[in-house]
Design a protein around this ligand. Structure first.
Ligand SMILES: Nc1ncnc2c1ncn2[C@@H]1O[C@H](COP(=O)(O)OP(=O)(O)OP(=O)(O)O)[C@@H](O)[C@H]1O
Length: 271
């Protein structure tokens, strides 16, 4: 085991500073400012077409903002930041079907690590997602949930300081989704990384988050930032029975429907 393979880099803070994005006449992102705190789980929710995917593409350096800046630990993002890894919704398109699981996980490391370090990191990442011993399989020999675990392992093998996930569990069944939510929370706590998730699922947003960033209808702005104080580790049954969970869930739903009132906010922690 090399020291390098097991080093844990410090989690990164991300700041969105007055981001806007216009495609032709279409203002996809209005004006978004928010802080994604280091070492926490932040979740972006918003109506369809509010520019969530566009925002993630800007954060990950795949797209340029029309105006505004993204700061990754205080540095302006120009291109894909070192220390950022991304998990997409559609594992069937993000994994290479002709490569064994271990080669899929090793793929982003191929140019920057020795063979021995790669093998070490792949083994650790597969273990972290509960797939130790499955490296010789091909993705098509696995269930959807297992394939999404491989996609998460591939991101973890990069030892990210910020893990960005776009609707990561939208393509799996409810039971698998709950298992993957818990897996994400345990990985985040164990590895101390910053996590940013986009989801359409309001229960999922409250269950995962330390911070929820609720976007308005397009052209989107930040409707509200809610800090969720629910204790960790969270539990799919008892956490969801707590009053704070129920209030936060209802408040986010009202914000998305445009029917929230100042009284509703009195039960949740507005950041
Ligand atoms: N490459 C592009 N060229 C032109 N318009 C685009 C492009 N990408 C996104 N848009 C437009 O930007 C707006 C926001 O799209 P985006 O996919 O970011 O929203 P979203 O909030 O992720 O939506 P959903 O929740 O439905 O996935 C939409 O009106 C979309 O048509």
């Amino acid at each position: 085991m090399t020291d390098h393979a097991t080093e844990t880099p410090a989690p990164a803070e991300l700041v969105l500073d007055e981001i806007s994005k216009t495609y032709g006449q279409n203002r996809a992102v209005g004006n978004i400012s928010a802080t994604i705190p280091a070492g926490k789980v932040s979740v972006i929710v918003g109506p369809s077409g509010a520019g969530k995917t566009t925002l993630l593409r800007i954060i990950t350096g795949l797209e340029e903002a029309t105006s505004g800046r993204v700061l990754f630990d205080g540095e302006v993002v120009n291109g894909v930041p070192e220390g950022l890894a991304m998990v997409f919704q559609d594992y069937s398109r993000s994994l290479f079907p002709w490569m064994r699981v271990e080669d899929n996980v090793a793929f982003p490391l191929r140019r920057r690590t020795s063979k021995a370090e790669r093998a070490q990191r792949v083994e650790e990442a597969l273990k972290a997602v509960g797939l130790d011993g499955k490296g010789r399989l091909y993705p098509w020999q696995m269930s959807g949930g297992m394939q999404q675990r491989v996609a998460i392992a591939r991101a973890l093998a990069c030892q990210p300081r910020l893990l960005v996930m776009d609707e990561p569990y939208a393509s799996v069944d409810a039971q698998t989704r709950a298992e993957l939510e818990d897996l994400l929370l345990s990985i985040q706590a164990q590895l101390d990384i910053t996590v940013l998730v986009v989801t359409h699922d309001i229960d999922e947003s409250v269950y995962l988050a330390d911070r929820i960033i609720v976007l308005s209808k397009p052209p989107s702005t930040v409707a509200e930032v809610i800090d969720v104080g629910l204790a960790r580790p969270r539990d799919q049954i008892t956490t969801k029975e707590e009053a704070e969970f129920v209030h936060a869930r209802a408040h986010v739903l009202r914000l998305l429907r445009g029917t929230a009132t100042p009284d509703d906010a009195s039960d949740v922690r507005v950041a």
